[in-house]
Write a protein that binds this ligand. Structure first.
Ligand SMILES: [Zn+2]
Length: 219
């Protein structure tokens, strides 16, 4: 499973709110997280009152076994060279430990669980774990992820907007958009301007394409 903590933040506008901060993103279990990453919104908090965004500079691991990706993402794209080398050195030893632990756990599993279902990796699977890559900043991560994805798995977006200034109508509009997004396995994001209210729905191009077809009147 992915791993995150809930962090309490105070916006410059005074609003106190909570935001999820991930240190382990597993897209095999939560495919939608891939698109939050590609939209540049992972570990980014949005103030529910004023909409101000803030990047929560926290390193995380991005794991996508189906595409053989295991990536350590350092939040700063401007980290100096010495810091980079130090991080790489540290990670190399952690990674070796992880594989060693997994092999050990599997040995124990074989001894004590006869006929039970094993969910841990076998030693050969552990050896087949993708090599750990290290990137600095979300842009580098996006490049690696996009290179591994087929075109219809890449990020697609769709904007739905209304010019209504009524809070109630905007609320209803959001409800509909939110429902559509969740039915199609997509995420959404709100852009709330005084003269226009836009809900961005984003997810894989495949799902966004299906959603567009659904919204197009038939006949
Ligand atoms: Zn705010």
């Amino acid at each position: 499973m992915s791993r995150s903590i809930t962090q309490t933040l105070t916006c410059p506008c005074g609003k106190v709110f909570t935001s999820q901060v991930y240190d382990y993103v597993n897209v095999a279990q939560e495919p939608q997280l891939r698109y939050i990453v590609l939209a540049g919104l992972i570990n980014v908090s949005t103030c529910p009152t004023c909409g101000r965004r803030a990047a929560l500079a926290r390193p995380f691991i991005y794991s996508d076994p189906a595409h053989k990706l295991l990536i350590y993402v350092h939040p700063r794209s401007d980290a100096p060279q010495e810091a980079r080398l130090l991080i790489l050195e540290k990670l190399r030893s952690v990674y070796t430990d992880v594989i060693a632990t997994q092999e050990q756990q599997n040995d124990e599993e074989h001894k004590c669980s006869k006929g039970g279902r094993s969910v841990t990796l076998t030693p050969s699977q552990a050896r087949e774990m993708p090599p750990l890559q290290v990137v600095f900043g979300l842009d580098q991560l996006t490049e690696l992820v996009n290179a591994a994805l087929s075109p219809d798995e890449r990020l697609g977006r769709l904007a739905m907007s209304t010019q209504s200034r009524s809070e109630a109508e905007r609320g209803q509009f959001l409800d509909i958009a939110r429902k559509l997004a969740s039915e199609m396995g997509c995420n959404y994001e709100v852009e709330d301007l005084s003269d226009e209210y836009t809900v961005w729905i984003y997810g894989s191009r495949r799902n966004i394409g299906a959603l567009m077809r659904e919204l197009t009147p038939q006949g």
